[in-house]
Design a protein around this ligand. Structure first.
Ligand code: AMP
Length: 172
């Protein structure tokens, strides 16, 4: 299954900027049996960890976080780009592999001590996930782990997040 996922993920050179090789995971989403196997693998990894909330990072993270939360019987919480969330928010700024950005979370997204799993498609430098970790800490949620479809290990994101904290189905 992992070989099939690796084969499905498409390299797009110079997107969204020159010099970036973008890992396009949309072929994984559009292949029904493969998408189901990926979600099943994530469910198998995280079932039994008593996850209260799965956090999806905008926007490709939502695609994996939502079915995972459903299958685990956990809540889904979304972290979004600025100005998208309707309620009161807290925000964190961070550096990307290609630029800088801000992420927002509803101020009442978590109860203190909530066991939280953070999900995104690709781990690159780890800046995005680290910013989400800061948002969680500000709400005294308990970060159980980060879970990615793929990790670009040569960018050192796992080391930045604390290697024991990071799960990826695939490593590049
Ligand atoms: P980073 O903060 O550097 O770990 O970047 C992670 C975020 O940017 C994730 O939401 C990824 O979807 C996206 N991203 C960064 N670099 C890439 C890449 N080379 N291919 C695909 N997505 C990427």
């Amino acid at each position: 299954m992992l070989d099939a996922v690796r084969a499905a993920i498409r390299d797009v050179p110079d997107f969204p900027k020159p010099g970036i090789v973008f890992k396009d995971i949309t072929p994984v989403l559009s292949d029904g049996p493969l998408f189901r196997q990926v979600i099943d693998a994530l469910v198998q990894r995280w079932r039994g960890e008593h996850i209260a909330k799965v956090v999806g990072i905008e926007s490709r993270g939502f695609c994996f976080a939502a079915p995972l939360a459903y299958a685990l019987g956990a809540g889904l919480t979304i972290v979004r780009k600025p100005g998208k969330l309707p309620w009161r928010t807290i925000r964190e700024a961070y550096a990307l592999e290609y630029g800088e950005a801000v992420l927002e979370l509803h101020e009442d997204a978590f109860q203190p001590g909530d066991r939280v799993l953070v999900v995104d498609d690709v781990l690159a430098t780890g800046g995005t996930a680290e910013a989400v970790g800061r948002l969680l800490r500000r709400q005294h949620a308990q970060l159980i782990s980060y879970s990615f479809l793929a990790e670009l290990a040569f960018l050192g994101g796992a080391a930045r997040l604390g290697a024991g904290n990071v799960h990826a189905l695939l490593t590049y």
